[in-house]
Write a protein that binds this ligand. Structure first.
Ligand code: DGL
Length: 277
């Protein structure tokens, strides 16, 4: 990966990273909302899943990935992973300083919940890292909106989705077994706090049959990124053609590349960038 000369600030790319390809759901929402922006995506496939890793390990990975995105002159680094947002956002923000704006996938949806679910009971599903960090509860409590949050770690869902087990008897059973847990009883909304989960939103919607609002953060996160760029005067100008995105992974297998269609809506070419060799 070459480091191009520093271009005009608005023409600089948006960097995104995730443990793997799940964060492509966020990249897709950003690309749809901001079609002139060039994206540099890094999937740390050598280290997935992040959901089972320690906070210290995720922080170390995140810092190294940010070095790479900064060498690419990214104007924004969007942490497109709940587990990494929970474990490393504060550290990464400090580390990156004024070189780029660091955004996460948690704050925009927390703000939305505070606006729409004040005084109500909300459920959340995510990885062990996200749920055990309690980050959503801490941020919601800080809003003082009286949201009662109940969270459940659902570690089988991300590997299930990566295996393309989305709509069959096994996946329906796993989803139902999790959603039937008493901790999620009587919630009015359910936060999908993992960037893999938008792919099973239809199944979760079907389970609840309209009784519970299922909140996917990708569009809210993309809208938040747009608002930041507009406010900072950093929206990319329209170019002559489609922007040339780059999608890097720290470990390459053809299966990862095939799965990009699921997460990004079209298959994209993954470039192997062995950051840890
Ligand atoms: N995409 C990650 C997240 O949003 C979960 C996958 C993983 O465990 O690496 O938390």
């Amino acid at each position: 990966m070459n480091s191009p000369a520093a271009p005009d600030p608005a023409a600089r790319p948006i960097g995104l990273f995730d443990s793997g390809i799940g964060g492509l759901t966020v990249a897709r929402a950003v690309a749809q909302r901001l079609p002139h922006e060039r994206l540099v995506y890094f999937g740390d496939t050598a280290h997935l899943p992040y959901g089972d890793k320690s906070t210290a390990a995720i922080q170390a990975y995140a810092v190294k990935i940010c070095d790479l995105l900064l060498r690419q002159h990214c104007k924004v680094i969007l942490i497109a992973c709940n587990s990494a947002s929970a474990a490393a956002y504060e550290l990464v923000r400090e580390y990156v300083g004024s070189k780029a704006q660091v955004l996460n996938v948690i704050d925009p949806i927390v703000a939305q919940i505070g606006r729409h679910y004040a005084g109500r009971r909300v459920g959340l599903i995510g990885t062990k890292q996200t749920v055990n960090s309690n980050v959503y509860k801490k941020k919601l409590d800080a809003l003082d909106a009286g949201v009662e949050l109940s969270s459940l770690a659902t570690p089988l869902l991300a590997p299930m989705i990566e295996e393309n087990f989305l709509a069959n008897a096994v996946s329906d059973d796993i989803i139902a077994a999790y959603l039937a847990q008493p901790v999620l009883a009587d919630v009015e909304a359910l936060v999908l706090a993992c960037t893999h989960y938008p792919l099973i939103k239809p199944q979760i919607d079907r389970y609840y049959a309209g009784r519970v609002a299922v909140l996917d953060s990708s569009d809210v996160v993309a809208a938040h990124a747009e608002a930041y760029l507009a406010g900072a005067g950093l929206l990319a100008p329209a170019g002559p053609g489609a922007p040339a995105h780059h999608f890097y992974v720290s470990d390459f297998t053809p299966a990862f590349e095939e799965s990009t269609r699921l997460f990004f809506g079209q298959e994209v070419r993954l470039e192997h960038y062995p950051l840890w060799e």
